[in-house]
Write a protein that binds this ligand. Structure first.
Ligand SMILES: *Cc1c(COP(=O)(O)O)cnc(C)c1O
Length: 382
């Protein structure tokens, strides 16, 4: 079986987790703090607030911005559904914008089409690890007082204009789910360069408390904590953070390997007419969290048939990124004009790509594409 993704974990992660367990302090504590400092330094943000997931990071980002019921939040429909759901968590209205076919990302052009006087924030996604064009989006949003949140769930290790994703906006959310580039099992981190927000975010993830449980534990005098506002339990554990620190040490190697394998896919796909696929944009580099391709309408087999042909040979693929506006919770927003998103929903496929994938594995995937491309037009496998 060739999976779509397999996290690269070694005995070091196991040893780091075991060390936390034998230390006796397993909830949020010193290792979470170390992980936050390490990632903030790595991406060039002043603070990182570790939380349970990228989804909860996006929720807290909207809370510190004060986004609420009267507000609209522009999101791509072409994203994991958590991006749109985050707007619903604060009772705001998600407004779907279309994406660019070459990056699968929002752009100033697609955002501008759905701006209204009620637009308070944009959550842009660096889809599959391909960076969005941040400068042009900030140029559109900043003068209008519209906040830009980066959903960088997929984009750790990607760069924009020579600097890492994570330090370009005031609120950037990462994910450490195993489907992403580095993992802590579940987990996320919200990067910010606003110290007031950082303080409030730390409080919000811990029930609104004015001091962390870890800080209270290390005090020598009796201190009674206060609960300054309604908060959440969005804390990461020290076990997760210890694993995350080891994974962060592997990030460069993981990204380099993914880029090498992606380049191999690319040089092969270049020879098949009409297929478009994930590439670096002119202004940055992708980590290839996902390797997507878009089949031309005239391809001899349909997208779903191609996926079936792969599965017959033990190769796992995924439809391209989902389109949230086509799912039941957003059915009422369905009469939208999102032609690129809907085309991608029909024609895109994600290919397997993981650190320990061999060239032989990859050749197997490419052989199925090549065979399918050679079929007479109109013929399918079923
Ligand atoms: C995976 C993903 C999320 C959700 O991340 P979790 O850490 O699982 O909550 C959000 N947005 C995008 C674009 C994603 O790919």
């Amino acid at each position: 079986m060739i999976p779509i993704m397999r996290p690269w974990l070694g005995s070091e992660e196991g040893a780091a987790a075991a060390e936390v367990i034998s230390s006796g302090w397993i909830a949020q504590g010193p290792r979470v703090e170390r992980f936050e400092h390490a990632l903030a330094a790595r991406v060039g943000a002043s603070d990182g607030i570790a939380v349970t997931s990228c989804t909860t990071a996006l929720h807290l980002a909207l809370i510190v911005l004060g986004v609420g019921p009267a507000d609209e939040v522009i999101v791509p429909s072409l994203s994991f559904i958590a991006t749109a759901n985050a707007a619903r968590y604060v009772a705001a209205t998600p407004v779907f914008a279309d994406v660019e076919i070459d990056t699968l990302n929002l752009s100033a052009r697609t955002i501008e089409r759905v701006l209204t006087p009620a637009t308070r924030a944009v959550i842009l996604v660096h889809q599959g690890g391909t960076p969005a064009d941040l400068d042009e989006i900030h140029r559109l949003c900043d003068p209008r007082g519209i906040a830009v949140i980066e959903d960088a769930a997929c984009a750790i290790g990607a760069t924009y204009k020579g600097r890492p994703i994570g330090g370009h906006s005031d609120l950037v959310a990462f994910s450490f789910h195993p489907r992403k580039v580095i993992t802590t099992g579940e987990g996320g981190m919200l990067m910010t360069s606003n110290p007031d927000w950082a303080e409030r975010l730390r409080r919000l993830r811990e029930h609104g408390m004015n001091m962390s449980a870890a800080a209270r534990h290390s005090l020598t005098s009796v201190t009674i904590e206060q609960y300054l506002e309604t908060g959440y339990n969005y804390r990461m554990t020290d076990i997760q953070a210890a694993v995350g620190l080891v994974q962060l040490g592997r990030l460069d190697e993981i990204v380099a390997r993914r880029r090498r394998l992606a380049e191999r896919y690319g040089s092969f796909l270049d020879d098949i007419p009409g297929i478009a696929f994930a590439k670096d944009p002119a202004y940055g580099t992708t980590n290839y969290q996902s390797f997507w391709l878009i089949l031309p309408e005239e391809f001899p087999v349909t997208r779903n048939d191609l996926m079936a042909r792969m599965l017959e040979r033990g190769i796992s693929t995924r439809r391209g990124i989902m389109a949230a506006h086509l799912e039941p919770p957003y059915a009422t927003s369905a009469s939208l004009d999102l032609p690129v998103t809907e085309r991608l929903d029909r024609q895109a496929v994600l290919l397997p790509l993981y650190h320990e994938m061999t060239e032989e594995d990859q050749d197997g995937v490419m052989a199925v594409i090549q065979d399918s491309a050679r079929l007479a037009p109109g013929r399918t496998s079923t």
